[in-house]
Design a protein around this ligand. Structure first.
Ligand code: FAD
Length: 556
């Protein structure tokens, strides 16, 4: 947030001055839009919160439900999602409210007590996030609160964007001709029909996505015939690690994943239930059955469930669509995408790797800046092809990872002389993936090849920018480099200077800055519109090896 950049505004700096009347959200759904988002889950809200910052882009987000989510569903927030929350400006709130996952414990039958295989013991304990993977913690927070944070960003934005509830998408038609508003969406709204034309439609409408069906794409995958119960409960117990994340593998009663929840009391249990002989076979499973199964797995420890805040039963399946937009692979060179899908609309998998909400938000974070850049004229519309190309590959990696993880979770505890549980080894090996940090985009119009990788080995080409602690020269403030990234769709140049005097005219950083400031080929000069701030499109940061007091600030 750039406080007082363009004049002094009193009051809460998180609330932007409103844009002009015609750009503000109003309860009446317009007939024509730049971007129509369908679905207000984490994918849809993440996208809406980005677009809401740009009054010149007419955006609406339609949702079939009556109001915002209050409880349940996902709760794992990966380090990468926290980095993203930092860009939105609400990471401190999430970190304050959330439960920090610092260690994960592994429990299994006691090898010293083979006569009583139903008695579990702690077999391992590991640090949850490896050192220096991210400046952010891995936290647990109710999905509904994550939604609330996005809604706050939207409502405080210059457009005061809000969700249009009770709009159920029924029909979506695409005109592949030259129309300015090529997509027509028809909604059922309070007993009436409402038709909206849009330049772009993004289906963030979950696993049964109507938008996906309309563009002729299918979720294809496999089915594990395994049911799991999940419940958010308040209970008393003598299980010592109840405020840790745990994986318990019992000898014969099944497995449990324990996720301590925000606030210090609530806990979520994912409880492995029965193998199924047919799809949908878990219908009718009762809460009592889940609690009974959990009690057996916890033996010899006792659990006494006092209150159940939310519970659900689900069956494991893995599925994926082949493309995340409306352009057939054969037409990429002569057709531009106008309809996209994101989140569960594109990929479904088990909940236990904690990736559903994270990867869904990652999808629409990727699409958001591209739509903004195209609609504000900064990038050509061909850029939009890269969304499906990049995110479909990420989803495929997720499905592969989750297959492996689900199999490891459901395997009975192994009989081996190795004292480290196999599941612990799997967990450690997958740490970077579950933190959301193993995404590498391949070379494309926006990602270079690795020809120059040797110049910055700590920043792998195609990965997210790895933050580091720095001291800001202008005011000696300790901060993270990652704090410079906001949801403003700017490009950033981070120049890591050599060890010599940066003010010396023959230093690399001096030459680079001279080129950027003066040369007719400077990307900064080329892409900054006349009259705009010099850092409004590309901002440049220098990172120096010396301490801030050793640098000659005036000379620089
Ligand atoms: P969703 O969150 O599914 O949001 C889609 C939105 O689109 C919904 O609000 C829906 O009402 C709306 N919508 C759908 N169709 C239309 C339409 N035609 N018109 C208008 N609006 C429409 N993950 C975990 O990690 N742990 C869990 O325990 C867990 N439990 C879950 C329980 C349930 C019941 C569900 C549905 C999901 C659960 N998940 C869980 C998965 C996790 O919540 C999802 O991965 C995540 O929410 C995906 O986000 P999304 O925005 O893509 O889709």
């Amino acid at each position: 947030m750039e406080i007082h950049l363009n004049g002094f505004h009193d009051g809460n700096p998180e609330i932007y001055p409103p844009a002009g009347e015609d750009k503000l959200y109003s309860p009446e759904m317009p007939d024509e839009l730049d971007v129509l988002i369908v679905g207000s889950g984490p994918a849809g809200l993440n996208l809406a919160a980005q677009l809401s910052q740009f009054p010149e882009i007419k955006t609406r987000i339609a949702e079939r439900k009556d109001g915002p989510m209050l409880r349940g569903q996902a709760d794992g927030v990966s380090c990468r999602s926290m980095e993203m929350f930092n860009a939105f400006g609400f990471v401190e709130k999430a970190a304050k409210e959330g439960h920090w996952v610092n260690e994960t414990c592994f429990w299994q039958p006691d090898p010293e007590n083979p006569e009583n295989p139903e008695q579990i013991v702690r077999a391992g304990r590991v640090q949850d996030v490896e050192d220096d993977l991210s400046e952010m913690p891995h936290i647990i927070l109710n999905q509904a609160r994550v939604h609330d944070f996005y809604l706050e960003v939207m409502r405080n934005s210059p457009t005061r964007l809000d969700v249009d509830y009770q709009y159920q998408l029924q029909i979506l038609e695409i005109d592949t001709g030259e129309s300015a508003y090529p997509v027509t969406a028809t909604f059922a709204h309070q007993g009436q029909t409402k038709t909206v034309r849009a330049k772009y439609v993004v289906g963030c409408d979950g696993a049964r996505s109507a938008v996906r069906t309309a563009i002729g794409r299918e979720l294809k995958g496999d089915y594990a015939y395994q049911s799991w119960g999940v419940m958010d409960i308040l209970m008393t117990t003598d299980f010592p690690d109840i405020r840790h994340k745990n994986i318990i593998k019992s000898a014969a009663a099944g497995n449990i994943l324990i996720i301590p929840r925000e606030g210090g009391h609530l806990v979520r249990l994912y409880v492995e239930l029965d193998k199924l002989s047919e799809r949908g076979g878990s219908k009718g499973v009762s809460l009592e059955h889940i609690i009974d199964t959990a009690s057996r797995i916890f033996s010899p420890y006792q659990i006494d469930v006092k209150e159940v805040a939310w519970w659900s039963v689900y069956e494991i399946g893995h599925s994926l669509t082949d493309k995340f937009d409306d352009v057939p692979a054969t037409d990429i060179n002569h057709r531009l995408p106008h309809v996209f899908i994101a989140g569960d609309a594109c990929h479904t998998h088990s909940a236990k790797a904690g990736q559903g909400m994270n990867v869904s938000m990652g999808d629409s974070f990727n699409l958001g800046w591209k739509l903004i850049s195209v609609l504000t004229g900064r990038c050509p519309p061909e850029l939009l092809h890269s969304y499906s190309a990049e995110r479909q590959a990420v989803a495929q990696d997720l499905i592969d990872f989750d297959h492996e993880w689900s199999r490891a979770m459901s395997k009975p505890p192994e009989d081996s002389d190795d004292t480290t549980p196999l599941i612990q080894k799997h967990f450690v090996a997958g740490g970077e993936f579950t933190a959301g940090l193993r995404v590498t985009y391949p070379p494309s119009s926006i990602t270079s090849s690795s020809d120059w990788q040797h110049l910055a080995t700590g920043q792998p080409v195609g990965n997210r920018f790895h933050s580091a602690p720095v001291i800001r020269l202008s005011d000696a403030r300790p901060m993270q480099l990652g704090d410079t990234i906001k949801i403003d769709t700017r490009w950033h140049i981070y120049a890591f200077a050599g060890s010599g005097d940066p003010a010396a005219t023959d230093s690399g950083i001096y030459k680079l800055c001279t080129f950027l400031a003066n040369d007719k080929n400077s990307p900064v000069l080329k892409h900054t519109p006349e009259g705009a701030d010099i850092d409004s499109v590309i901002s440049v940061y220098g990172i120096f090896q010396q301490s801030h007091q050793a640098l000659d600030f005036e000379a620089m």
